[in-house]
Ligand binder design. Structure first.
Ligand code: TPP
Ligand code: SF4
Length: 311
């Protein structure tokens, strides 16, 4: 774990498939994560990108930050388009119109809105059909591109423009949907959570996901200074706090077997994660205690699955 904590740019692959000059907000951790993913994948991959921040900031017409084939698709169908690309290449290979030994990787990527809400059906279909592709969800926990509206990945108690906190409401009143477990339920070769605050852990998971034969799903927590009402220089440290407080455990599920990839002996209280973020500023001590309870019990459930995997 300690080795994964260290980061020096020199230790990461030097290749860049995502050029500089994109238009993400200052401190956007999503774009850092995407850059690390692109570095890991090299040059031979094709992306189907749902609409959202990531699409907007990397492709403002007539420019593109992508140095690889990149398709902007509708909000709901990144996984369906990736499935089509993968199937198309298979057919071209059969017809002798594409080099049989070329291992081009097919990627689908979307925000949480494009994944856990509107794109869930397309994602489930693609996972169930067993396409050889990797799906990356960059979860900034709301529909950021259109003005910080809640999604089903927004955590309980967060204030957004469509779940505003106030005298009548705590903000988001539902718990974050656990789409990682939904992906696991499809019995696919590789599922993982990842964070740009742990770059080597993230890159290792991307490598494993890309090498898996069949579908891979990686859920990346992407701190968003704009929507989380957070100072831009805190995006990476808040990502670290998400792991240190058990809010966002880093684990992988390889062929159904769970393994924690980053673990701490002592965890910090969830308040350390919530308090720096303006979207949680209104929470009272009792609300924080309630969230702590929920975090603890979700984490304990995860530990049980890991224990069962270890036999
Ligand atoms: C069918 C459809 N509904 C709504 C929209 C408008 N829209 C574009 S991007 C977006 C939000 C994207 O949110 P998310 O997937 O979480 O990505 P983020 O912008 O947060 O990275 C919405 C609602 C759309 N393009 N298509
Ligand atoms: S709104 Fe958030 S996710 Fe979108 S570009 Fe800005 S910081 Fe990144």
């Amino acid at each position: 774990m300690d080795a994964l904590n260290v980061y020096a740019a020199k230790m990461a692959p030097q290749q860049e498939s995502l050029a500089n000059g994109h238009r993400a907000c200052q401190g956007c951790a999503e774009l850092l994560a995407v850059r690390l993913v692109a570095k890991t994948l090299g040059q031979d991959f094709i992306i189907a990108n749902a609409t959202g921040c990531l699409e907007i900031v990397t492709s403002s017409y007539p420019h593109s930050a992508w140095k690889v084939p990149w398709i902007h698709v509708a909000f709901e169908n990144a996984a369906a388009v990736a499935s089509g690309v993968e199937a198309g290449i298979k057919i071209l290979k059969k017809k002798g119109k594409y080099p049989v030994d070329r291992e081009i990787k097919i990627i689908a990527q979307a925000g949480d809105g494009g994944t856990v809400d509107i794109g869930l059906q397309a994602l489930s279909g693609a996972l169930e059909r067993g396409h050889d592709f990797m799906y990356l969800c960059y979860d900034n926990e709301a529909y950021m591109n259109t003005g910080i509206q809640r999604s089903s990945s927004t955590p309980y108690g967060a204030s957004t423009t469509t779940s505003p906190s106030g005298s009548e409401s705590i903000g988001q009143v539902t718990m974050k949907k656990n789409v990682v477990e939904i992906a696991v339920a499809h019995d696919i070769p590789y599922v993982a959570t990842a964070s740009p605050s742990y770059p080597f852990d993230l890159m290792e998971k991307v490598r494993k996901g890309a090498e898996a034969k069949g579908p891979a799903y990686i859920h990346v927590l992407a701190p968003c200074p704009t929507g989380w009402r957070l100072a831009p220089n805190l995006a990476l440290s808040i990502g670290r706090l998400a792991v240190q407080t058990k809010v966002f455990p880093l684990y992988e599920v390889v062929n159904g077997q769970y393994r924690m990839t980053v673990s701490y002996k002592n965890h910090r209280p969830v308040a350390d994660y919530l308090k720096p973020q303006g979207r949680f500023r209104h929470l009272k001590e009792a609300d924080i205690a309630f969230i702590q309870q929920h975090v603890d019990s979700s984490y304990d459930r995860l530990l049980k699955k890991i224990e069962m995997s270890e036999g």
